[in-house]
Ligand binder design. Structure first.
Ligand code: S3P
Length: 429
């Protein structure tokens, strides 16, 4: 599918972003491990979360929905899964594959996990290796580094481990495996990554403590079922935050956004760039803070994005690169080598596509240098990467002439209603 965008006269109105993708995955998985039925509303019906639901079904879990964002899960406790009779397909979803690797490590049966061409290129050894040291047998292509992966799980020993990268998917996989080990699993990370797994496990009654960058989890808990309203996804909201800042006639209200501090780096950076953003905190939903954000046309300046903030905004870098491409002055992004192994190599893909729109951008091994200026319309490609597709659409809102985003169907991976929401504020002709 191609998306045709021309700069609209104004962007005005309200947007309610879809349910948070990270929380939706975790809610479905952790509800499956709980003893009794859980009800989840605001569940993201994007393709990634549907991959998680379908893998859980293949593991014998009964789930109703999702329909209109509502998912009911009949959890059967830690030991309620059955051996799947076919390969589990995680599609494009790294979260599905990595979190399920952790869960499968604790199951006394054989399973195989695969995914689409992009996911089969992404590094899985970082998860498989510590799970092996807990006692699971995991095999895969290139010495167990990439999918398809075979898991022969069983009795696990607790783990004490420092992750080599700040990755919530890795941390979460190890915590899920830690549920199956007798005793305490201790995970440290080099910088704090999103902590939704810890919050939800704690909410379900697991004994879990945090001390700085270290989490301690006591194994073999009995998890309580829950009712959860998934907050809106700040990573989806980010496209409208940037659109609101860079468009010359914009005022957008974004409702019901998750404001977990491990995810809100995009707000800090946009404010640092000079954005006019008003945040009103509304409260907590089952341990996750939420609020409303108002964004208006702003004069953005270049900014340095590096260090510990990177995991707090890693998924927002494509759209922040668009903001940088039209800001005054230079933006330098460093310490973000993880971008090379996301749904696409986002450093290479952004460099190539934003240059087509006239941006001044130099790739670095772990980031980019972007000098702000004016953009012009062009044909650009999504590289099959949902966040790249939406970031390029946002660039199209301020690029002179017409921008055509090729391969925009991948947007359905995380934000199936993106075009509807963009149209509702006047962004699609
Ligand atoms: C996610 C963690 C991040 C993020 C991804 C979702 C999660 O990946 O980029 O989109 O739900 O845990 P890493 O854990 O690889 O950093």
């Amino acid at each position: 599918m191609d998306l045709h965008i021309r700069p609209p006269a104004a962007l005005k109105g309200e947007v309610r972003p879809p349910g948070d993708k990270s929380i939706s995955h975790r809610a479905a998985i952790i509800a499956s491990l709980a003893e009794g039925h859980s009800e989840i509303s605001g569940f993201l019906e994007g393709e990634d979360c549907l991959s998680t639901v379908s893998c859980l079904r293949s593991l014998g879990v009964e789930l109703e929905g999702p329909r209109n964002g509502f998912l009911r899960v009949y959890g059967r406790g830690l030991r309620g899964f059955k051996e799947p009779d076919d390969v589990l397909n995680a599609g494009n979803s790294g979260t599905t594959m990595r979190l399920l690797l952790g869960l499968l490590a604790g199951q006394p049966f054989y399973s195989v996990l695969t995914g689409d061409a992009s996911l089969r290129r992404r590094p899985m050894g970082r998860v498989a290796e510590p799970l092996r040291s807990m006692g699971a047998k995991i095999y895969g292509r290139r010495g167990g580094e990439v999918a398809p992966l075979t898991v022969l799980g069983g009795e696990l020993k607790p783990l004490s481990y420092t992750t080599p990268v700040a990755s919530a998917q890795l941390k979460s996989a190890l915590l899920l495996a830690g549920l199956y080990a007798e005793g305490e699993t201790v995970i440290s990370e080099p910088a704090l990554s999103r902590d939704h797994t810890e919050r939800l496990l704690g909410f379900c009654g697991a004994e879990l403590k945090r001390d700085g960058l270290t989490v301690f989890l006591k194994g073999r808990p009995r998890l309580k079922p829950f009712r959860l309203e998934v907050p809106g996804d700040i990573s989806a909201a980010a496209f409208f935050l940037v659109a609101g800042c860079i468009h010359p006639q914009a005022e957008i209200t974004i409702e019901n956004v998750g404001l977990n501090p491990t995810r809100s780096g995009v707000l800090d950076v946009l404010r640092g760039m000079g954005a006019e953003i008003l945040i009103s905190r509304e409260g907590e939903k089952e341990g996750e803070p939420t609020g409303k954000i108002l964004v208006r046309t702003s004069r953005l300046r270049g900014y340095n994005i590096k260090g510990e903030i990177i995991p707090r905004l890693i998924d927002e870098i494509p759209v922040l690169a668009v903001a940088a491409a039209v800001a005054e002055g230079e933006t330098v992004i460093r310490d973000a080598a993880e971008l090379r192994v996301k749904e696409s190599d986002r450093i290479a893909a952004l460099t190539r596509e934003l240059r087509r729109l006239g941006a001044h951008i130099e790739p670095l091994p772990d980031g980019m240098i972007i000098r702000g200026g004016e953009l012009h319309g062009a044909e650009v490609d999504s590289h099959g990467d949902h966040r790249l597709a939406m970031a390029l659409a946002v660039a199209g809102l301020v690029a002179r002439g017409e921008t055509v985003v090729r391969g925009a169907e991948c947007i359905a991976i995380s934000y199936p209603d993106f075009c509807r929401d963009l149209a509702s504020i006047g962004g699609l002709g």
